[in-house]
Design a protein. Structure first.
Length: 129
């Protein structure tokens, strides 16, 4: 997870982002399969990449307009780096055992991602702008 947090922060800080698209040196990622098949509002994560990049680059108003879940993802990644590094250090000294605190943090993180992504999607899906 430490690697994922660092990768998200690194990529989001160098990606060129606009409200319509995100790309690195003109190269865009693959199109969203769910969005392509079911439409713009069908994908709960639609806009999450752009929103997270905007948050980490300081474009908070644009991030909120695209997908409020970008704040959750950015916060979890920024806080995740020192927490995962500290846990890795502790597990090395304890023989690689997982501690109960780590399991609680993992559950909290999952619920934060679920709430931060699904709640704005439902809000958008129900037409409450």
């Amino acid at each position: 997870m430490l690697t994922i947090c660092v990768a998200v922060i690194a990529v989001a800080s160098v990606v060129e982002v606009s409200p319509e698209r995100a790309h690195i040196r003109g190269v865009e990622g693959p199109p969203c399969l769910v969005r392509g098949i079911l439409g713009d509002d069908a994908c709960p994560g639609c806009g999450l990449t752009r929103s997270t990049a905007f948050v980490l680059q300081g474009g908070w108003r644009s991030a909120w307009a695209i997908h409020p879940g970008g704040f959750v993802i950015a916060l979890l990644c920024v806080l995740g780096v020192p927490l995962h590094f500290q846990e890795w250090r502790r597990s090395q000294s304890a023989g690689g055992k997982r501690r109960p605190e780590r399991i609680r943090w993992a559950l909290l993180t999952r619920w934060a991602i679920l709430g931060g992504v699904v709640a704005p999607w439902l809000w958008r899906l129900l037409g409450a702008e």
